[in-house]
Design a protein around this ligand. Structure first.
Ligand code: GUN
Length: 288
């Protein structure tokens, strides 16, 4: 038996379509398009690729894209000054500062400078706090995308055992909060967890976000489990080539799982689609 492949790419495409269909209504009532500002500092090639695709997707959805590319000599004060200017800019509904930032800039200080109402990444402590206490706020894109895939596949998640592997502020912690809100029994596992395979084997839902290539194997899984792989790891492939793999060993996991997201084509495309959704949500909230 082998599990179903969960097609995040197709789901993301439908979500992008729904956002794009809602934009003209906003434009009509507000006489402007929702706007997303993306700030990138330095020359990290992978980050530039992400930022380019975010800009293209924003424009394709009918929204305004403002890109700010700053040299890696930019100081924290200069970056925060730009964020503050974007906070005051009425054409900007969402602000995303691409991470990682160059050494010497404190990510936290920059994120805390973003107006929480424009924090489409959902990284500001105000939004993290709202998520933790169940108040409405902006929710980080990747975990929200994972939750959408899970609900689409499983419907009601109440009572299910969910194991989130990884405890980052960007994915693991908000993912656990979202699953808890859905009445899952949630475990956050991490690098110090004892008997990780044994913990993962309890799970009806596994969300892997550890950044360790192909760490979670099929023999760790409960048969029929739903596996969401957030990992994007570049490893050596044949010859000089590299290949992208997740945190889950796809081939062995697929033999045991009920459903599994592939890498690429699973969670990755959801992140940008949810970013567009969050930008529209922020724009509508600001417009009142
Ligand atoms: N770098 C990698 N993923 C992300 C993300 O979701 N948001 C930001 N701001 N930077 C990232």
């Amino acid at each position: 038996m082998s599990g179903d492949i969960i097609d995040g790419k197709a789901f993301a495409e439908r979500l992008r379509q729904r956002v794009a269909e809602a934009v003209p209504q906003f434009v009509e009532t507000e006489a402007r398009a929702p706007g997303l500002a993306v700030v990138i500092v330095g020359e990290d090639p992978a980050s530039h690729v992400y930022v380019r695709s975010k800009g293209k997707a924003t424009v394709a959805a009918g929204m305004a894209s403002f890109e700010h590319r700053l040299p890696d000599t930019t100081s924290q004060e200069e970056l925060i000054a730009l964020v503050e200017q974007l906070n005051l800019d009425d054409a900007v509904d969402g602000i995303l500062v691409q991470l990682p930032l160059p050494a010497g800039i404190d990510d936290k200080a920059v994120i805390e400078a973003i107006d929480p109402a424009k924090d489409v990444d959902g990284f500001h402590v105000a939004n993290a706090g709202r998520l933790a206490v169940g108040e409405e706020g902006l929710v980080p894109c990747t975990p929200l995308g994972c939750l959408m895939l899970l609900k689409d596949r499983l419907g009601d998640l109440s009572g299910l055992e969910a194991v989130v592997v990884g405890r980052s502020n960007i994915v693991g912690k908000p993912m656990a909060q979202l699953l808890l809100q859905q009445n899952c029994t949630v475990t956050i596992a991490h690098s110090r967890t004892r008997d990780l395979p044994g913990v993962v084997r309890r799970a009806d839902i596994v969300v892997a976000a550890v950044g360790r290539p192909e760490m979670i194997r099929g023999d760790w899984l409960k048969p029929g489990a739903t596996v969401i792989d957030v990992g994007i790891n570049r490893i050596a492939g044949e010859g000089d080539r590299t290949r992208l793999v997740g945190d889950v060993d796809f081939e062995s996991a697929r033999q045991v799982a009920g459903g599994i997201t592939p890498v690429p084509g699973g969670v990755g495309p959801m992140t940008i689609a949810v970013l567009l959704r969050n930008t529209l949500v922020a724009a509508c909230a600001r417009a009142g």
